[in-house]
Design a binder for this molecule. Structure first.
Ligand SMILES: C[S@@+](CC[C@H](N)C(=O)[O-])C[C@H]1O[C@@H](n2cnc3c(N)ncnc32)[C@H](O)[C@@H]1O
Length: 397
């Protein structure tokens, strides 16, 4: 029987025998075109499927699907779908994708089980919170970057109010932190990710607070004001590792909603050191309340890299009005040092989403000088293979 396919093959064979050279040329051109497309699919496939994987892991985290899969043994996809309130059809498609990417494993047709990777996405695991934060505030912002640059020009965002993050959340003109704080779900993801990261940046063995002892003994002025201190983890680190710093003379200073949230958590956790710490709501861009003036130390831990240069200058100018002549300003940040930790270069692009940037001592010094501060000392934690955080100590110039 002559089918359309073998009719075509016969015709091609005939043409081939008549014009074999021409055919070979055509066929090799077709092969080249096919190879080129295959290469293009391969090149684009990897980032696209990585993006799909990231997105679908976020979807499964949101629906607590990784929590429903038992720690031991497996579960039928239909049962998983029923428990998370999804259609079996879509849950099956997502599971098939995860099996092919080795996120989940298949134990029998229609059944799935955890891998070591997928266990990290269970509710309240640090990885899950980082996924939620990175998805909401970074990944969604990346997708807005082409539109952002088309609209505002190819330049780093100059204002924290006009950012790719803003576009990702539907705002043309609203400060990135307002956006995060105003959305309960986004704020929770951000906060929990911060809490997980917070313990990484201990100053023990990096910065020596002992110079404070005389000044603390001879006055009742505030010891440390932790500006943008969030959960208070930096203050807890300072007071527990330096018993001469009285917790009640330390002040956690952050946006009012953040202070409200931290106060609740501190009470709930019965955290003794943080219960004693004073908690004051306010903004580093507004004049500091009297209670927060004249401290020995004003520290900004992982705050300023979230802001563009002009805001950093504004922050220095505002705190300059609150300091005493002998106050010291500590900037505790991951420093931009691409030759040591290449990941910082990637994180610099993440910060760009909200108009922030990674900086080094020279960059901070230039901004601080515009507000009348000079770099007094630099301390670097060089032991980590992952992070590159350091402390810059500024004094009044
Ligand atoms: C990346 S978090 C760092 C938190 C904390 N310092 C730490 O190291 O874990 C930045 C903090 O800056 C605070 N922040 C943002 N804008 C602020 C402002 N205008 N005034 C005071 N704090 C602010 C945020 O609420 C948040 O707690």
């Amino acid at each position: 029987m002559v089918t359309p396919y073998n009719y075509l093959s016969c015709r091609l064979a005939a043409v081939h025998s008549r014009h074999s050279n021409q055919y070979i040329k055509m066929s090799s051109q077709a092969e080249i075109a096919r190879a080129r497309i295959q290469q293009a699919y391969h090149d684009i496939g990897e980032p696209v499927f990585n993006a799909a994987e990231f997105t679908l892991i976020k979807v499964f985290i949101d629906h607590k699907a990784f929590d429903v899969i038992p720690d031991e043994g497996d579960i039928a996809v239909s049962e998983l779908a029923a428990q998370i309130g999804g259609s079996e059809e879509v849950v099956d498609r997502i599971c098939t994708f995860f099996i092919s990417g080795k996120i989940l494993k298949s134990t029998a047709p229609g059944r799935v089980a955890h891998t070591e990777k997928s266990r990290l996405y269970k509710f309240d695991q640090p990885t899950a919170w980082l996924y939620i934060h990175m998805f909401n505030n970074v990944f969604r912002s990346f997708a807005q970057m082409p539109d952002y640059f088309a609209k505002y020009g190819l330049a780093s965002p100059q204002s924290a109010s006009v950012t790719p993050l803003g576009l990702a959340h539907g705002y043309d003109n609203r400060p990135a932190y307002d956006i995060i704080v105003a959305n309960k779900v986004v704020h929770k993801g951000f906060n929990e990710a911060l809490r997980e990261l917070g313990v990484m940046y201990s100053l023990k063995g990096v910065y020596d607070f002992s110079w404070m002892q005389d000044a603390l003994a001879s006055s009742s002025r505030p010891a440390i004001v932790d500006v943008g201190g969030s959960h208070g983890l930096a203050l807890r680190d300072a007071v527990t590792n330096n018993r001469f710093i009285p917790a009640e003379r330390c002040i956690l200073y952050d946006l009012p909603q953040v202070i409200e949230n931290t106060t609740k958590n501190v009470e709930k956790d019965q955290d003794e050191a943080l219960q004693k710490v004073q908690k004051v709501g306010g903004s580093m861009f507004e004049p500091y309340p009297e209670a927060v003036q004249g401290a020995l130390i004003y520290q900004f831990r992982r705050v300023l890299n979230d802001f563009p240069d002009e805001d950093v200058v504004r922050t220095f100018q505002t705190v300059r009005k609150a300091v005493a002549p002998d106050s010291r300003i500590l900037i505790i940040e991951e420093m931009l040092n691409p030759k040591r930790i290449p990941m910082n270069v990637g994180l610099d692009i993440c910060l760009m989403c909200a108009a922030g940037k990674r900086r080094n001592a020279a960059m901070f010094s230039e901004l601080a000088a515009r507000a009348g501060f000079r770099l007094n000392a630099e301390f670097q934690s060089v032991n980590g293979q992952f992070d590159d955080f350091g402390v810059l100590e500024f004094v009044v110039a």
